[in-house]
Ligand binder design. Structure first.
Ligand SMILES: O=c1ccn([C@@H]2O[C@H](COP(=O)(O)OP(=O)(O)O[C@H]3O[C@H](CO)[C@@H](O)[C@H](O)[C@H]3O)[C@@H](O)[C@H]2O)c(=O)[nH]1
Ligand SMILES: [Mn+2]
Length: 747
């Protein structure tokens, strides 16, 4: 470390962090054991049924049920590994300052990725950058790198304006003790909104207006920029410059060693990078962008600590770097610690969390479970890395946090530290352009053994997983106050498409030679491998979901019994399997600070994703494998449409677009409603309700969950209702399915 690590004695007096296994771990273990026995019972019962089948159709129906339940059981077993040792940590940043002087803190490189100015408004990206430039951390030690995969002069222009505003914003925060360092969030807050007419507010509005103006015209004209340097930069957008085909643009907007704010203090470095793109060369999406930043920053500032952020994830806690350092600088952990991950948390979630955007299981519950083993996975944003982890496995020799090696670039003589050379100097810029070129990685280990890993659409998951396989560890840092806050999709199609992309990316890992089931369980540990497998095979949820969404209902309509009747003792096994799984899920959710209402939305979205995102994800992945198509990284829109926003705030589902994802959803909703009504009427009139009770219950449960879909199909007339073509298409397909079932059950 730059100033020497704290000694054991000092650490005893001023601990940097604490760790505790949650008491519920023991309950979880016992319950899991009981549940596993129940699963074995289920298989036994299903096999008995199979042996007693007399017709081919009943045999295939029971076999489908058995296979679906095998998938459910597999997924249950993998969640069990996340429940084995849930743990909780606490960091004590107040002790850090007692052990390490500010001037001895390591420098910090922050990477912010953006990819499309029309889906990710540049003014928001600027806000994210300003919020981290204003971290409660020695400013001259911070360098912020913005990667613009959209290759847009609009984004560069926004950052030119942002750099000027930073000169006012940073001293303003410092002098007034402002906690909220993201300007937009600050001016929205009660305290900030009182600043109407203030100079700082006027400056902010002025910047925003300028950025909005260029956004409207879609172009930056040369009279909109003030200095020669800016004009030269904008001139790089020549006629042949497109987002998919353009040379590297690197613009140093603020240089710490030269530029000061309005009160004379040093500013952080701020560097805009748009890597070279050629249609002939793969660019590996976000992972590729991050690797370019690893190298460009390696040439310019080469900080030992790197923070990665998505463009919408602004800093909500200026202490976040110091919290992360409580772990990264601990001499007992340092040599093996690859990263400290803060959970993804979001602003603007509505009262019901309609689309389960909080993703509590993915971002909080499971990470707490993995943190008790070897550490949580990487989730793409809000993560502080030890730069060493980009270059290979942990070294067994060093016991403390050491400065990273200089970047290995042929003919590169600069020593790779800020003190070494000015980052605007020609020699540094020349190398920086070279390492940002699209051919630089040819024949190197970047993306395979170095940096962020290629080969999956979820580069975050894959990279974290590979680091764990190499022997690195990680830490889940989950303070009450969110360290970073991001945007959520506010219409169903966006939410489901995002999940579909994740699902494809996860399957890419699940079925690769690095599959967590084989590679992971042997390289890390059995339990860690299973935790990773739980995510990798998300797409498989769609199999039992589709089976349970259609089969029991179609069977009910044809009076075919799939489950034991109420008076049969086996009935209680199914009751327990249902209540045990749902109950444990609710329990986990509540313990992690959730409410019943949000849990309800969460389980509903789980079912919705099951037959939409996961199903389409699984199909798309299969098609990709046999070479039919290739999936790209479809960036999630962060633009707020007013009408959608209104609906979201009211908790109304937003359909609106005729998305193919909605087709199976409407089919399930329709078939379940019909099955429930017909089944109930039939049961009340002529058959015995107890025979079909389980099937009736399942249909009823789906109907209750599908309420918003019925509303959108029949009752609503607004723009967010279900497009009529989707309803017609789905009704037609549901009819076909019914006919198919009718003949199957009757042969
Ligand atoms: O070619 C690309 C595509 C995306 N991005 C950036 O990647 C980030 C994440 O993209 P987004 O559309 O917001 O995807 P999400 O699904 O919301 O992102 C989650 O999932 C991704 C993996 O699929 C992770 O990379 C993210 O960190 C994680 O928040 C954004 O800042 C984008 O600008 C790029 O830089 N280059
Ligand atoms: Mn995002």
């Amino acid at each position: 470390m730059e100033g020497g690590s704290p000694t054991q004695r000092e650490l005893k007096a001023h601990p940097l962090h604490s760790f505790q296994v949650e008491p519920r771990a023991y309950f979880n273990r016992v319950h899991s054991l009981v549940y596993i026995c129940a699963i074995l019972g289920l298989f036994y019962h299903r096999l008995l049924q199979l042996f007693h089948c007399t017709t081919f159709s009943s045999f295939s129906v029971f076999l489908t049920m058995l296979l679906s339940e095998a998938v459910l059981a597999f997924m249950w077993l993998t969640t069990f590994s996340c429940r084995w040792r849930p743990s909780r940590r606490q960091a004590f940043p107040e002790n850090l300052s007692k052990l390490i002087k500010d001037e001895d803190l390591p420098s910090l490189d922050v990477f912010i990725c953006t990819a499309d100015p029309y889906k990710e408004p540049p003014i928001n990206v600027v806000n994210t950058a300003l919020s981290v430039m204003a971290f409660d951390y020695p400013t001259e030690k911070i360098s912020v790198y913005v990667s613009d995969d959209g290759g847009s002069e609009l984004t560069l222009f926004a950052f030119m304006e942002g750099a000027k505003f930073a000169r006012h914003w940073l001293p303003f925060c410092r002098e007034n003790g402002i906690e909220e360092r993201c300007p937009e969030a600050y001016f929205r807050s009660t305290e900030g909104s009182r600043r109407r007419g203030d100079k700082i507010k006027a400056l902010y509005e002025d910047m925003k207006d300028k950025v909005e103006k260029v956004m409207e015209t879609g172009k930056v004209s040369l009279d909109q920029v003030t200095s020669d340097e800016e004009r030269e930069a904008i001139k790089k957008w020549t006629d042949g410059f497109t987002r998919k085909n353009h040379p590297t643009v690197i613009q140093v907007l603020v240089e710490s060693s030269k530029d000061v704010d309005v009160s004379g203090h040093k500013l952080p470095n701020l560097i805009y990078v748009s890597r070279e793109k050629r249609t002939t060369s793969p660019h590996h999406f976000k992972a590729g962008a991050l690797n370019v930043l690893v190298r460009v920053s390696g040439v310019m500032s080469n900080a030992p600590v790197v923070l990665t952020l998505d463009c919408d994830m602004y800093s909500n806690d200026p202490q976040a770097p110091r919290r992360a350092l409580c772990y990264l600088l601990d001499p007992q952990k340092a040599s093996k610690l690859a990263f400290v991950q803060f959970p993804q948390r979001y602003q603007g979630i509505n009262r019901y969390d309609t689309y389960a955007s909080e993703l509590k299981r993915l971002f909080i519950i499971n990470p707490m479970g993995m943190d008790g083993l070897k550490g949580t996975g990487y989730v793409g944003t809000g993560c502080f890395f030890n730069r060493h982890s980009f270059y290979g496995g942990p070294s067994s020799s060093s016991s403390s946090f050491s400065p990273p090696p200089p970047l290995d670039v042929p003919d590169y003589k600069c020593n790779g530290t800020m003190n070494g050379c000015m980052i605007r100097s020609d020699s540094v810029l020349k190398v920086a352009h070279k390492v940002a070129g699209c051919n630089f990685e040819h024949g190197t280990s970047w993306g395979s053994k170095m940096g962020f890993r290629y080969g999956s659409l979820v580069e975050d998951y894959f990279t974290g997983y590979r680091l764990h396989c190499e022997g690195w560890e990680s830490v889940f840092c989950h303070p009450e106050k969110a360290a970073f806050l991001g945007d959520i999709p506010i219409c169903l199609d966006d939410a489901l498409s995002q999940n579909k992309r994740w699902c494809v990316g996860l399957l890419e890992v699940g079925f690769s030679k690095y599959s967590p089931l084989t590679f992971g369980t042997t390289r890390i540990s059995l339990l860690m491998g299973l935790c990773y497998a739980h995510l990798a095979f998300w797409g498989l949820w769609s199999i039992p979901m589709a089976a349970y969404g259609f089969l029991p209902q179609l069977a009910l309509l044809n009076q075919f019994q799939l489950f034991p009747k109420v008076s049969d003792p086996w009935f209680y096994l199914y009751v327990y399997l249902f209540i045990g799984a749902y109950g444990q899920d609710l329990f986990d959710f509540l313990v992690a600070g959730g409410s019943i209402q949000w849990w309800w939305s969460d389980q509903r979205m789980w079912m919705i994703r099951g037959i939409t995102s996961y199903l389409f994800g699984l199909i798309e992945f299969t098609l990709n494998q046999i070479g039919f198509s290739a999936t790209g990284f479809n960036v999630t829109s962060k633009v707020i449409d007013d009408e959608q926003d209104k609906h979201y705030k009211q908790g109304i589902f937003e359909f609106g677009v005729p998305s193919p994802l909605f087709v199976p959803l409407v089919m399930v909703a329709t078939i379940n409603l019909i099955a429930f009504v017909v089944g109930l009427a039939g049961a009340l009139m002529h058959w015995n309700i107890e025979d079909m009770f389980v099937q009736l219950f399942i249909s009823g449960f789906v109907v209750v969950n599908s309420w918003p879909i019925y509303e959108a199909m029949v009752l609503r007339k607004d723009k967010g209702s279900m497009p009529i073509e989707t309803t017609i298409k789905s009704a037609f397909l549901a009819g076909l399915l019914y006919l198919l079932a009718y003949f199957t059950f009757r042969i």
